[in-house]
Design a protein. Structure first.
Length: 280
C-alpha cells in the first residue's frame, strides 16, 4: 500500500468529505437491498443465523443513521451562515487576486487597456503560460530597482493576507467544508512569508537594517541546501502566482455555489410598474 507523503492531508475538493458520507449511505442501502433480495431467494439462511442477521441489521441501521444525521447537520451548518461564508470567500478571492495580479503587473505581463471582462481572462492565461512568466520573472530579478519593488510588494501582500486570515480563519475552520480552502490560502501566504524573509536576508530594505542581524536569517535559506539562487526564487514566484490564481478561481466558484446569484436577485425589491410611476 502506498504511504501518504509527509505534509497536509487534502482532498481534491472541499466537498469530498460530504461525498464520502453519501457513499457510506449508498453502500449501506445496497447491502440492505441485497439482504432483502437474498431473503426472498433463500428465506431459510437468515432464520438459521439469527445472531449474524442481527449484527448485519444493526450495522446497516447505524451506518444509514450516521450518514443521514451527518448530512443533515452539515447542511444546516452551511445554510446557517452561508452569506457570511460567501462574504469571507469573496474577501479571500480579492486578496488572492491582489497577489497574482500584483506579481503579473510588476513582471510587465498585465494586459494593456481598460480592465474589462476579457482582462481577467487574459491575465489568467498569462499566469498559466509558465515559460513566459518565468522569463518575465528572470528579467525582473535581474533589475535592482524592480527587485526592491518586488520586496516591498511582498511585504504589502503579506500584510493584506494576515489581515484577511486573522479576520476569517477562526470562523471558517469550524466547518469541514471550508477548512481546506482556508488552509490552501494559508499555504499561499506561508510561501510569501518564506520568500519575503529570503529577500530580507539577501537584499534588506533600509527599514530592515535596524533589526538584529541574526533575526534576518531566513527560515527558507536555513532549511535549503547550498546558496539561494535567483533560479530558485524565480520558480517560487511562478508557483506563488499560479497558486494564487487557482485559489482565486476555486474560491470564487465555491462562493457562488454557497449563495447563487439568483438568490441575491430575489432579495431586490420589486420595481414599480410604469403606470404606478406615472401616477405618483
Amino acid at each position: 500500500m502506498a504511504r501518504h507523503a509527509v505534509g497536509p492531508r487534502r482532498s481534491d475538493s472541499p466537498r469530498t468529505r460530504i461525498r464520502g458520507t453519501r457513499i457510506v449511505a449508498g453502500v449501506s442501502l445496497l447491502v440492505l437491498f441485497g439482504a432483502i433480495a437474498w431473503d426472498l431467494a433463500n428465506d431459510g439462511f437468515w432464520s438459521r443465523h439469527a445472531l449474524f442477521t442481527s449484527l448485519v441489521a444493526s450495522s446497516i441501521v447505524v451506518a444509514v443513521t450516521a450518514a443521514v444525521l451527518n448530512e443533515v447537520l452539515e447542511r444546516r451548518q452551511r445554510e446557517r451562515w452561508s452569506v457570511l461564508a460567501q462574504y469571507a470567500l469573496f474577501d479571500l478571492v480579492r486578496t488572492a487576486r491582489h497577489v497574482w495580479g500584483g506579481l503579473l503587473e510588476l513582471a510587465g505581463l498585465l494586459p494593456d487597456g481598460d480592465l474589462e471582462d476579457g482582462a481577467l481572462a487574459a491575465g489568467s492565461e498569462a499566469v498559466h503560460d509558465t515559460p513566459r512568466l518565468a522569463a518575465a520573472m528572470d528579467e525582473m530579478l535581474a533589475s535592482a530597482d524592480r527587485r526592491e519593488q518586488l520586496h516591498r510588494l511582498i511585504g504589502e501582500l503579506l500584510g493584506y493576507g494576515q489581515e484577511v486570515l486573522g479576520r476569517w480563519a477562526d470562523v471558517m475552520v469550524n466547518s469541514g467544508t471550508y477548512a481546506e480552502i482556508v488552509d490552501r490560502h494559508v499555504e499561499l501566504y506561508s510561501r510569501l512569508y518564506w520568500w519575503g524573509s529570503v529577500l530580507d536576508e539577501l537584499d534588506p530594505l533600509e527599514e530592515h537594517l535596524s533589526r538584529p542581524r541574526l533575526s534576518r536569517i531566513s527560515p527558507a535559506t536555513q532549511a535549503s541546501v547550498g546558496p539561494v539562487e535567483d533560479e530558485w526564487l524565480r520558480d517560487n514566484l511562478v508557483a506563488i502566482a499560479q497558486l494564487a490564481e487557482s485559489l482565486d478561481q476555486g474560491s470564487f466558484e465555491l462562493a457562488l455555489r454557497i449563495v447563487p446569484l439568483d438568490w441575491w436577485r430575489a432579495q431586490l425589491p420589486d420595481r414599480p410598474s410604469t403606470a404606478e410611476t406615472q401616477r405618483t
